[in-house]
Design a protein around this ligand. Structure first.
Ligand code: UD1
Length: 396
């Protein structure tokens, strides 16, 4: 891995404008002659001469690269001196996020609009850019929606991953980091949830994650050249401290923090808290919220770990639980805005308490989350305030 390059930033972690390069993707034209191929032209593979003219670098293919988590992972990778080709079908993301990544990092990822189900397109990208590893985040993720459209979830998540991995196999790129979810544990039989906890997701979305995990383990059993990291995310929240990138949900958000933020900024009248009769100190659900920047750095740690073949399955959480009411109070405190709420019925399928045992990540990867709930709320709030309508109506 290359040594991280020191980059001057302002107090918010942004590269001063004058230092930015751009526009997106064009920044690499000089370095890789096959850009026209990536841009959708007739194209050709990189020749040996091309390869000889290109300095050595690690090129990471990031699927779902324009999304909420993808854009933050992209920053972590670029900041570490790696090169990134972000692939996204833009079904639930906005390419602007990657323009913002460029402002933060001072250099840009390559962007390619493509769908992971298109094996040939992925294969071409892997070959043309000498990709060394893939971080796979692309997928559908709304639990309720997955109950209504299970086949769409199986197609995008399971079939999409099959095609991606198949393209990797053909291109002999055998290092993969996969974004799974703590949802694979289902109803907790004990807490905190360690990686040995029995698996039993309660909805189609969760089952797609579990089936993919199993598929990847089978792949390794069949070919022990593979290096695979499976990351079980807990509840990612917050945003980059610059306020330039963050979560931009399409329509009504599904998760707690974006809803709280929208109430605080006045886009919604009140939050509906789904139940206050759980067996928790204040009666509301408890979750392990993790700052998205900490989560992103976990991807880098696992990439560094994957020097040897094998499969590592690891939780990415803080190990601390916070209740819904604690989140609401913290958000009110950091934003200085009221967050009116109402207590409603429990949401079907919700568990009372869910938090991670984060020890394996610390032992195997030397990774720990560092940011507090206050910081998660502060950063989420800055993003919301600067971008009340997400990437579509930015106030910069
Ligand atoms: C949800 C998904 C889970 C996914 C995770 C992270 C469900 C059942 N589970 O988990 O599969 O991995 O997001 O993306 O959807 N809450 C309210 N009012 C709201 C929204 C949420 O009270 O309007 C409460 C919930 O009841 C829960 C907590 O806030 O107690 C967190 O909810 P949410 O953000 O949806 O995350 P999870 O339920 O943990």
């Amino acid at each position: 891995m290359p040594v991280p390059r020191p980059i001057a930033r302002d107090a918010r972690g942004v590269i001063p404008r004058g230092r930015c390069i751009g526009p997106l993707a064009e920044s690499r034209v000089g370095r890789n002659p096959s850009l026209e191929h990536i841009a959708g032209g007739a194209g050709r593979h990189r020749t040996e001469a091309d390869r000889a003219n290109t300095e050595t670098f690690d090129m990471i293919l990031l699927t779902g690269g324009a999304g909420y988590i993808g854009s933050h992972v992209c920053v972590a990778l670029l900041d570490a001196g790696l090169d990134v080709i972000a692939v996204d079908n833009l079904s639930n993301s906005n390419k602007q996020s990657l323009e913002r990544v460029q402002s933060i990092c001072g250099r840009s990822p390559i962007f390619r609009q493509a769908d992971i189900r298109n094996e040939e397109a992925i294969y071409e990208i892997l070959r043309a850019w000498d990709v060394t590893a893939v971080i796979h985040l692309a997928g559908l993720k709304a639990v309720g929606d997955s109950n209504l459209r299970p086949l769409t979830y199986y197609e995008n998540n399971v079939l999409g991953t099959m095609r991606l991995v198949s393209a990797m196999n053909r291109a002999k790129v055998k290092t993969l980091v996969f974004s799974s979810s703590a949802t694979v544990y289902g109803m907790p039989a004990y807490l905190p949830l360690d990686e040995k906890h029995p698996l039993g997701p309660t909805n189609p979305y969760g089952r797609t994650k579990l089936f993919i995990e199993e598929m990847l383990k089978d792949l390794y059993r069949s070919d022990d050249d593979w290096r695979i990291g499976i990351l079980r995310y807990f509840n990612p929240v917050g945003a980059h401290e610059s306020g330039l990138i963050g979560e931009d949900p399409l329509g009504v958000p599904n998760n707690l923090l974006p809803l709280v933020a929208q109430v605080a900024v006045g886009k919604r009248e009140r939050l509906l808290i789904w139940g206050n009769d759980y067996g928790t100190p204040d009666g509301t659900g408890i979750r392990d919220f993790i700052h998205v920047v900490d989560l992103a750095s976990g991807h880098l740690s696992v990439l560094r770990y994957l020097k040897e073949p094998g499969v590592l399955t690891v939780n990415l959480g803080t190990g601390n639980g916070s209740s819904v009411l604690e989140v609401v109070r913290t958000f009110q405190a950091v934003s200085g805005r009221p967050v009116p709420y109402e207590i409603g019925e429990r949401r079907a399928g919700d568990v009372a308490i869910c938090y991670a045992a984060p020890m394996l990540a610390s032992k195997a990867l030397g990774w720990k989350s560092a940011r507090s709930l206050e910081q998660m709320c502060e950063d989420h709030w800055r993003w919301q305030l600067k971008n009340p309508d997400g990437y579509r109506g930015a106030r910069f």
